[in-house]
Design a protein around this ligand. Structure first.
Ligand code: 13P
Ligand code: ZN
Length: 272
């Protein structure tokens, strides 16, 4: 059996959590990541028949039964994952009943997965139905995206459109737009269900006055989506902070030109 601490998926989790921490998006225990793994890749490092303990999921995740995930722990700091992955991360499998997670590795201090597990798993279900290659759900608190929530309407079309206008690349990266939820209490099934509903349409979901979710087929894709939103939000806030009138913007005709040139399908109803 190979050393789990050298598994590429553990390395990826170490790299991305530290990267996100240094971006300032994951203060204290802020943020969480879940990354779906294949049984074959886990079995190279762990005896998949050896369950350390079981943890209730708190909802019906039977759509994901038999699926493996590496997930950040609740209350754990992204900045600490690199030095102690076995305490700050866990590898779980969703059991047959869908209401139990089987812990195969990690959470070494007796901990458990993120309090946002419902939002993560429900989002995985929603995204897998849209895209069988989907693998990653990532949540964090990016500073400028969050700042923008205080001065911009929390509306899918309006929020997306404002960001599309800030950088030419935005239309290329997220032509499908961003879903925006109002402020809601976090860490429960209700916000999980609301997030998953948005995930039927969007790979990106803003949690009003809280943070953002990005998804994708791998860590780079989920991170890249959030990074691009955050860059555009930074520009939005920089421009807004000057108090100067905007003399230029990328208009709807230009946004359509970008979408045509890069062969992406823009949400036409968001070209408001
Ligand atoms: P966890 O520590 O439970 O992952 O929560 C962090 C967070 O960002 C809550 O939304
Ligand atoms: Zn959060």
């Amino acid at each position: 059996m190979k050393n789990i601490l050298e598994a590429p998926f553990v390395e990826e989790m170490k790299d991305i959590t530290f990267n996100m921490y240094t971006q300032g998006w994951d203060e204290r225990n802020g943020g969480n990541i879940s990354y779906m793994l294949e049984e074959a890749e886990v079995a190279e490092y762990l005896d998949v028949n050896k369950v350390i303990r079981t943890i209730p999921t708190g909802f019906d995740a039977s759509y994901l039964k038999g699926r493996y995930f590496i997930v950040t722990g609740t209350g754990k700091y992204f900045k600490n994952v690199t030095k102690d992955p076995e305490t700050n991360l866990g590898i779980i499998r969703i059991a047959e009943d869908g209401t139990t997670a089987e812990l195969l590795w990690g959470y070494a201090d007796g901990g458990k997965f993120t309090s946002e597990f419902p939002a993560h798993m429900m989002s995985h279900i929603a995204r897998l139905k849209q895209d069988p290659n989907h693998r990653v759900v990532m949540h964090c608190h990016p500073t400028n995206t969050l700042a923008m929530n205080f001065v911009h309407e929390l509306d899918d079309a309006k929020f997306t459109h404002s960001l599309w206008q800030m950088c030419t690349e935005c239309m290329v990266v997220f032509p499908d737009g961003i879903g925006v939820l109002p402020w809601m209490l976090c860490g429960n099934n209700e916000i999980g269900e609301a997030t998953a509903k948005k995930m039927e349409e969007f790979r990106l979901v803003v949690w009003g006055l809280h943070g953002i979710y990005g998804t994708g087929k791998d860590i780079d894709e989920a991170f890249g989506l959030i990074e691009t939103v955050e860059k555009a939000a930074q520009l939005y806030m920089l421009v807004a902070s000057t108090g100067m009138p905007r003399l230029n913007t990328i208009n709807n005709d230009q946004l359509r030109v970008i979408a045509d040139a890069f062969k992406v399908k823009a949400r036409e109803d968001f070209l408001i």
